[in-house]
Design a protein around this ligand. Structure first.
Ligand SMILES: *Cc1c(COP(=O)(O)O)cnc(C)c1O
Length: 377
């Protein structure tokens, strides 16, 4: 896969790398028009258009829109739905999305039903049953889910949603377009927290939504929401995102290779009771992952450690190379004790540690983890 090109060169000066274009507005000529038809940067900015084109191309979609954060992207999809929309979602996913959906539900803006996703078959059955009762305005799923790493058969979800005339959106933040392209499996929309692996350097907050069909009614409403609610990305952030995207395939492949090696080694470590990673043969949906993924199984894995909450906390605080910090998808490997971060409503096991694998040497990472696991026991 190649992340170069896609209109990323500077036509005016021939620069291999395009410049940053910070202007908020565009001068009209005598005929009242602007050279590129742009009027105001809340709608169009030359710095974020190349990044949008490239993300759309990587996902195999017709169009992408950038937002000021991943949550801004989630909000635009939900706000694009009709009032009182019926929304079905995965029960276990990024806690922030769950909290936001529950807030819209409490305000009567959507009717929400959360479907169990311990494994793909359970979710698909629940989806089939729920859609047989009534079609949904939106099926929102996260695969793999953060932080339990549950994978969903996107082809099956896509065909069930299509049969019941329902839009399928996939938060694919944990498996970027190098590994999985949900639109190819039947999703209508893909959402990303571009703050994670797409940018990949831990220095930009951004979100993206990509559509399979730019004529879809929901897509024009998402566009309208961005225009009217103004959750746009700044040109400097868009420029950094574009820089990050140029190396996405290499970063994604390297991090996934290291993640698989660490997951395999952790699997036999006496201080670790569970390893959750789609690339391991004992993952409940490894066979689906084998079909769905290419170039690796992602850079994120979770482990559960022997000794409960206290041991997990001690391990997270005992690493040297792994940074005890939130987020994922950057060059530095991160470790995080998830349950306390997710708050009192969290259903994440209290002994779970989420590991975001970066670009360091695999043996250095292993040594660091082994030392921390020994200290934490
Ligand atoms: C981080 C994250 C989000 C939220 O994105 P932000 O860019 O932090 O607003 C949404 N979904 C998943 C799966 C995430 O990991």
């Amino acid at each position: 896969m190649c992340a170069q090109g896609a209109g990323s060169h500077d036509a005016e000066y021939g620069g291999v790398v395009p410049g940053v274009y910070p202007s908020t507005n565009y001068r009209r000529g005598a005929d009242g028009t602007t050279p590129e038809g742009d009027v105001y940067s809340r709608d169009d900015n030359p710095t974020y258009l190349p990044a949008e084109r490239l993300i759309a191309q990587l996902e195999g979609g017709e169009q992408a829109l950038l937002f000021s954060s991943g949550m801004g992207a989630v909000a635009a999809v939900i706000e694009g739905l009709p009032p009182g929309a019926r929304v079905l979602c995965t029960e276990q996913m990024y806690w922030g999305t769950t909290a936001a959906l529950q807030r819209w539900e409490a305000r009567d803006e959507i009717r929400l039903e959360r479907l169990p996703n311990p494994d793909s078959a359970t979710f698909i059955e629940a989806l089939e049953r729920s859609l047989a009762v009534a079609k949904a305005d939106l099926v929102w799923l996260e695969s793999p889910a953060n932080p339990m790493c549950a994978v969903i058969d996107l082809e099956a979800a896509g065909s069930v949603a299509r049969r019941h005339d329902s839009v399928l959106a996939v938060d694919a933040t944990l498996a970027g377009p190098v590994y999985v392209r949900p639109l190819e499996w039947g999703a209508d929309l893909v959402m990303h927290s571009a703050s994670k692996q797409l940018n990949g350097h831990g220095d930009v907050i951004a979100g993206a939504v990509v559509t399979r069909d730019k004529e879809a009614p929901l897509w024009s409403r998402i566009h309208e929401v961005r225009h009217l609610q103004g959750s746009v990305l700044g040109p400097f952030e868009a420029w950094l995102l574009m820089r990050g995207l140029r190396t996405l395939p290499l970063r994604a492949q390297a991090a996934a290779a290291t993640a698989l090696e660490l997951a395999t080694r952790l699997d036999t470590h006496p201080g670790v009771t569970h390893v959750m990673y789609p690339g391991l043969p004992h993952h409940p949906d490894h066979s689906i992952a084998m079909r769905q993924y290419s170039d690796g199984f992602g850079a994120l894995l979770s482990i559960r450690v022997a000794g409960g909450f206290a041991a997990a906390q001690a391990v997270a605080r005992s690493t040297d190379l792994f940074v005890d910090a939130t987020s994922l998808g950057g060059p530095e490997s991160l470790i995080e004790h998830r349950a306390p971060v997710e708050g009192p409503d969290s259903t994440t096991p209290v002994d779970l540690l989420r590991l975001s694998i970066g670009l360091e040497d695999v043996d250095d990472l292993w040594e660091d983890l082994s030392r921390a696991l020994a200290r934490g026991r």
